[in-house]
Design a protein around this ligand. Structure first.
Ligand SMILES: Cc1cc2nc3c(=O)[nH]c(=O)nc-3n(C[C@H](O)[C@H](O)[C@H](O)COP(=O)(O)OP(=O)(O)OC[C@H]3O[C@@H](n4cnc5c(N)ncnc54)[C@H](O)[C@@H]3O)c2cc1C
Ligand code: FES
Length: 328
């Protein structure tokens, strides 16, 4: 159990600080914690995963956006309240080689998870630029904290109520030329767009995804998403233990929430490819050699070198993600 040691409202969000020295000592930027919600007699069995926004003096800070039952309960916790929290969970952002300038991109409360990363990068001597955006001024997050650590630092809002009017991607297009690595945390659409920008710029891009999580510890498979391994094959990766940070070019964003027919293990799931699409005009290149342990391929592992080229589709991949479920 952890005691609420600080609480402040930040626009549409509530920032809570919990006294949890063990978690604070072990946490790395990009990791998250999972809270039991509703109190000891709660019927809400699923924990709520929340990104770690910062640590210090034995405390763990998180930023909560009250949406449904669990987050509203968390956001309503008062000073001195006790809450059941486990962590740190997940894999952190990998750090770049010395001297690599970094561009950090946050969307909504996703910006909070980048503050610790910015501090870590600055302490390591890296140049840090940042962009953070939201729909409106009240949904911006961690602006003073990121602004103190990053230069240049650009704020955007969709409605122009703070900073530049527009999307973060417009500012990313300007700043990515000076970056050697990009880190992003925010809504899935933003992560996909920023990943595409990193690929186009030829630099590594890392994204912290936010998939629905039921257990948070790798047991239930609720949080899976299709990720391409170094061998060019797609596997369902659990974002709670293999993520939440992935190489952005490895995530098949267009297929998240679907069962691609070419995912490893699709046949065991009773899936078969849709009728073959017309043959492509160009021959399909063979996938690169399999990694030593492809089932545990490091899906964030290209830091330190050039990002791999976009993986070719496996030869048996149908034209799209349509699947046919076989009736038992
Ligand atoms: C890595 C990570 C970091 C996050 N960071 C933050 C953060 O910093 N701030 C923040 O406000 N929110 C964050 N979230 C979102 C947060 O975990 C909750 O999903 C969100 O707050 C809504 O929860 P709720 O209790 O308000 O909604 P409710 O609707 O009451 O509950 C949603 C809960 O059900 C789970 N769920 C939804 N669909 C399914 C399904 N099909 N099967 C199983 N479980 C399901 C969700 O994961 C969630 O736990 C993060 C999520 C992840 C995965
Ligand atoms: S949330 Fe259960 S395996 Fe990831």
């Amino acid at each position: 159990m952890a005691e609420v040691a600080s609480r402040r409202t930040m626009g549409a969000y509530v920032e809570l600080g919990f006294f949890a020295p063990d978690i604070a000592e072990a946490a790395e930027p990009g990791q998250f914690v999972a809270f039991a919600v509703g109190g000891p007699t709660s019927a809400n069995l699923l924990r709520r995963s929340i990104a770690i926004a910062g640590v210090g003096a034995g405390r763990v800070h998180v930023v909560v956006s009250a949406k449904g039952v669990g987050s509203t309960w968390l956001a309503g916790l008062e000073l001195g309240a006790e809450v059941d929290v486990v962590g740190p969970l997940g894999r952190p952002f990998p750090l770049p080689p010395p001297g690599t300038p970094a561009l950090l991109v946050g969307g909504g409360y996703g910006a909070a998870a980048l503050v610790g990363l910015a501090a870590r990068l600055r302490a390591g001597g890296h140049e840090v630029a940042a962009v953070t955006g939201a729909a409106s001024a009240d949904r911006l997050c961690s602006v003073p904290e990121l602004g103190a650590l990053a230069a240049p630092f650009v704020v955007t809002t969709d409605d122009g109520s703070a900073g530049r009017r527009g999307w973060v991607t417009q500012a990313v297009a300007e700043l990515i030329r000076g970056a050697g690595v990009v880190y992003a945390c925010g809504p899935m659409g933003m992560l996909r767009a920023v990943s595409d920008q990193a690929v186009a710029a030829g630099i590594p891009g890392y994204v912290a995804v936010e998939e629905s999580m039921a257990c948070g510890i790798g047991v239930c498979m609720t949080c899976v998403l299709p990720v391409v391994g170094a061998d060019g094959r797609t596997r369902f990766a659990r974002s709670c233990v293999e993520g939440p940070v992935f190489g952005g070019d490895r995530v098949r964003f267009a297929d998240v929430g679907t069962l691609p027919a070419d995912v490893v293990g699709a046949d065991a799931m009773g899936l078969m490819a849709a009728p073959a699409a017309p043959p492509a005009a160009a021959p399909v290149a063979p996938p690169p050699p399999a990694a030593a342990d492809p089932d545990h391929d490091d899906v964030t592992a290209y830091i330190g070198g050039a990002p791999p080229p976009p993986p070719p589709p496996p030869a048996d991949r149908p034209g799209g993600t349509q699947v046919i479920r076989l009736e038992p």
